[in-house]
Design a protein around this ligand. Structure first.
Ligand code: PHE
Ligand code: ZN
Length: 878
């Protein structure tokens, strides 16, 4: 462990910057081991700093830099004028405005953290969010210092493509035959949005004419071998540009928009101004190589990064505590875009599933934090599901409260008022209030209180008075550092279903759906003129990120599955039914009593399976049992073996009992037609492959043969990967291995497919044993320095293979600890993320809990940890 503990940074300590940087001129002379970076900064005293008359010292962040020289107004600075400290430089200043020139040397080839300037397959690229720019040069690396950047890149002739933000203003060749290009970005921006790329790349080009008639050049750059995999991202980009004009009135502002695909990347993608950099897996696709899920993910991420041009770049964050200002808002924007492009209900179900499985767990774990955290040690650890997904839910609730038009008035005002500024979540809320004359005072607590609120709902009906009453209680559990939370303003969308299954009018206007504003700890809502005892459909569309409890009977849930006009709640009713059944089975398993198939669940699923009027994608979602991971969120101690036993029992029972129906729907959907990633085709494939998976779960030879035939047909990756996954999970191991080998031989040249192939094995609850996972790490295509490979193999095992990771001997935990320790030396961000499963030790039953905790202590005691890993490990053991 560290001798000196990393410092905690607090929101309450925020101070405006002492100095501003109006212009930033950079020159990069690229070399793998000795890149020379020259910067020329026009610095001036910030008039808004809480000033004294004497000029304070200027702090410049800098990490892993070799300082060559510093000059002020052309004069070299003697050593006594500055002090090098851990994390940066303190400069004595004697003028209120000056030009600062700094020269540093860096080694991109040695940079395995993938922050700052690094090499990926021989291509130079940068990643500066959140605090990577300080690994490039000494700079006030904070988002409230916004500057106009000019960037000159000098590189050997074998790097013909040299890119940076903004517009290209100059290019040429140096006397010694090297290439040089200069870019200028006219929009002032914080350093985290800086980007540079240099490589031997090819590009595809298109154009977009904006709503005001300006023509924008669109370019997508990749390594030459991937040039055939750009079309889908380009189409998605054009759709995003159009959508942002139509839905938010936002037009693109530069003459060129570029996207670059890189193989080594810590996250999904990055919204650098005019030069987005993407993880290859989040941008490259072709029907033969990418699954439907990948197509949709790419569409969403391209949109997300594009939307940041307004929600993030034109209006940016004052400090990193405000991260959700840009991320929550932008996730909400991309979710609505995806909903408009595809099935709205299915998109909502997918997002809520992520929230319930992973964000709720985060909110109940040792790293729980509010959407706007109030402290951190390492900001990289706060790019979380809470900031992103719960943050998006918070924005969605504002949308629900104000209505679509009111929300648009608010976003218009926000963009107009704060264009070119670095602002706070508070500024966003105030704009929403001001544009609507609304009061979001209590609503603000969503930004400052951590934890998932629980709503307990009860109802009564009085036949005499025809009155129906809903009583709603809210409670938010304590979380680290936060107790006794205040009631939140929670919008709860409801409808009341009558015996016929249709929603009853709630008033004389005939309105059948209403948003209840829950603001008190306990609150009653009364509905008059309700002619019969209704069945409530609660929290429709998941109108708030809460856990809602209501004592639905099995019959009521079956009724909602059949009749609720809100497809989200239709699905949710089925999930509740499955949850209840699986909980009872876990109990039975623990008691050693014989497990019995829950008839009602089978009936419900059978009806869904035979319902050909429902969207097939929704049917597929309704047929899917909650994942093992999701079942850990039921509350109470997690008993991994019981979860696995109960879930497998139900899955196998459903598969056997409904086999003829699964077979019939599979056959009906299994038609040959050219691949198209349209919503309706995607929907059909998803149902077809859900049926195939259940059919293979029976273990029947004939059913496995269906999967083999589908795999052999080989005309799109969605069907191939689904067939292969079913064969690997349910077929005999030797045959599975043979299919895997053949698949690898066919696709070994394609990085994205190889990643899918790795992930499919390591996450298989039957095939993905620890021994096989270790063997995969020895495979020639595995690369410890590539986050995608690490996520596929180690992450696939630790985060998506519940059964093997929780092997009773604790071997999975020890393995993860060992990998985390090794990863931390190379890439702290990845180490701090992949350790997550070990941080949940408190939630497990006695023996597992002790084993997990022991593994985490091994990490803690392994020597000096990065700040990233230290924060997560120490908070989890505290
Ligand atoms: N800002 C990026 C996004 O959400 C995420 C990111 C953060 C990427 C940090 C890289 C590093 O769009
Ligand atoms: Zn983002």
């Amino acid at each position: 462990m560290k001798d000196t503990q990393p410092r905690t940074i607090y929101l309450k300590d925020y101070r405006a910057p002492e100095y501003l940087v109006d212009r930033t001129e950079l020159t990069f002379d690229l070399d793998p081991y000795a890149t020379l970076v020259k910067s020329r900064l026009s610095v001036r005293r910030n008039p808004d700093a809480n000033g004294t008359d004497t000029l304070p010292a200027l702090w410049l962040d800098g990490v892993d830099l070799e300082l060559l020289s510093i000059a002020i107004d052309g004069e070299l600075l003697p050593a006594h004028r500055y002090t090098e400290k851990p994390g940066g430089l303190l400069l004595n200043v004697d003028k209120s405005a000056f030009v600062l020139e700094v020269q540093t040397r860096i080694a991109p080839e040695a940079n395995t953290s993938l922050e700052g300037l690094y090499l990926s397959n021989g291509m130079y690229c940068t990643q500066c969010e959140a605090e990577g720019f300080r690994k490039i040069t000494f700079y006030p690396d904070r988002p409230d210092v916004m500057s106009v950047f000019t960037t000159t890149i000098v590189a050997p002739a074998n790097y013909p493509v040299l890119l940076s933000n903004g517009n290209k203003i100059d290019s040429g060749t140096t006397a010694d035959g090297r290439l040089t290009v200069t870019w200028e970005d006219p929009f002032a921006k914080p350093s985290y949005l800086f980007a540079l790329v240099a490589g031997d790349l090819q590009f595809v080009e298109d154009r977009f004419v904006t709503c005001s008639g300006r023509e924008v050049t669109l370019q997508l750059y990749t390594e030459p071998k991937n040039i055939g995999k750009c079309e889908h991202a380009m189409t998605s980009l054009k759709h995003s540009m159009k959508w942002d004009e139509e839905v938010y009135g936002r037009e693109y502002d530069l003459d060129i928009f570029m996207i670059v695909a890189v193989d080594h990347f810590n996250m999904g993608a990055m919204e650098n101004k005019g030069l987005n950099i993407f993880n290859s897996a989040c941008v490259l696709a072709s029907p033969e190589t990418a699954t439907d899920a990948a197509f949709q993910r790419i569409e969403a991420i391209v949109a997300h990064e594009y939307f940041h041009n307004w929600s993030g770049n034109r209006v940016t964050c004052r400090d990193w505590f405000q991260l959700s200002l840009k991320e929550g808002f932008t996730v909400f924007r991309d979710a609505e875009f995806s909903a408009d492009m595809n099935s709205r209900a299915v998109k909502r179900i997918e997002d809520v599933t992520v929230l319930r499985t992973a964000q709720f767990a985060e909110d109940a774990g040792p790293m729980a934090h509010p959407v706007r955290p109030d402290s951190y040690m390492e900001i990289s650890n706060f790019y979380t599901l809470t900031v992103y997904e719960k943050g998006a839910e918070v924005v969605r609730m504002i949308h629900t409260i104000l209505g679509a038009d009111g929300f648009r008035r608010g976003s218009d005002l926000y963009f107009e008022r704060h264009d070119g500024q670095a602002v706070t979540c508070e500024d966003f809320i105030v704009a929403m209030e001001d544009a609507n004359g609304a009061d979001l005072q209590q609503f603000r607590r969503w930004y400052s209180q951590a934890g998932t609120p629980v709503l307990d709902v009860e109802d009564t009906y009085d036949m005499e008075t025809q009155e129906y009453r809903l009583t709603i209680r809210q409670h938010t559990p304590d979380s680290p550092g936060q107790v006794d939370k205040l009631p939140l303003h929670i919008p709860v969308s409801i409808a009341l279903l009558g015996r016929s299954g249709s929603a009853l009018p709630l008033d004389s206007s005939g309105e059948v759906e209403r948003v209840l504003h829950v603001t008190e700890t306990c609150q009653e809502f009364v509905f008059g003129n309700i002619p019969e005892r209704p069945l409530p459909s609660l929290l429709r569309g998941f109108s708030a990120p809460v856990k809602l409890r209501y004592g639905y009977s099995v019959e009521q849930l079956l009724f909602l599955m059949r009749h609720d006009s809100d497809p989200f709640n239709q699905w949710d009713a089925g999930q509740r039914l499955a949850f209840d059944a699986l909980s009872s089975l876990q109990q039975a398993y623990r008691n050693g009593t014989e497990l019995e198939l829950p008839e009602s669940l089978i009936d419900g699923l059978s009806a869904v399976l035979e319902n050909t009027r429902l969207d097939p994608a929704l049917v597929a979602k309704m047929l899917a049992l909650p994942s093992a991971q999701e079942l850990t969120e039921q509350g109470g101690e997690i008993d991994a073996p019981a979860i696995i036993a109960a879930r497998n029992f139900v899955r196998d029972g459903v598969a056997k009992t409904l086999k003829p129906q699964f077979r019939a729907r599979y056959e009906a959907l299994n038609v040959q037609k050219p691949y198209c990633p349209t919503a309706s085709d995607i929907a059909e494939r998803s149902l077809k492959n859900t049926c195939l998976s259940y059919l293979c779960a029976t273990g029947d030879q004939e059913m496995l043969a269906l999967a083999e035939a589908q795999l052999a047909r080989d005309d799109n990756m969605t069907d191939s990967a689904a067939a292969l996954a079913a064969l690997v999970e349910f077929g005999p191991a030797d045959k599975a291995q043979a299919h895997l080998d053949a698949f690898y031989r066919q696709w070994q040249q394609d990085t994205q497919v190889v990643e899918t192939w790795f992930g499919l094995q390591s996450s298989s609850p039957t095939f993905g044993t620890l021994d096989r996972v270790r063997a995969l790490m020895q495979h020639s295509a595995f690369e410890f320095k590539n986050p995608n490979k690490v996520r596929a193999v180690i992450g696939g095992f630790a985060m998506r293979n519940f059964a093997q990771f929780h092997a009773p001997d604790g071997s999975g935990y020890a393995f993860l600890a060992e990998q985390v320790i090794a990863l931390d030396k190379l890439n702290p961000q990845i180490a701090a993320r992949i350790v997550t499963p070990l941080t949940r030790w408190r939630k497990y039953r006695a023996e597992q809990s002790t084993q997990i905790q022991a593994a985490l202590k091994t990490v803690r005691d392994s020597g000096e940890l990065s700040r990233d890993l230290y924060e997560v490990v120490s908070k989890s053991l505290a």
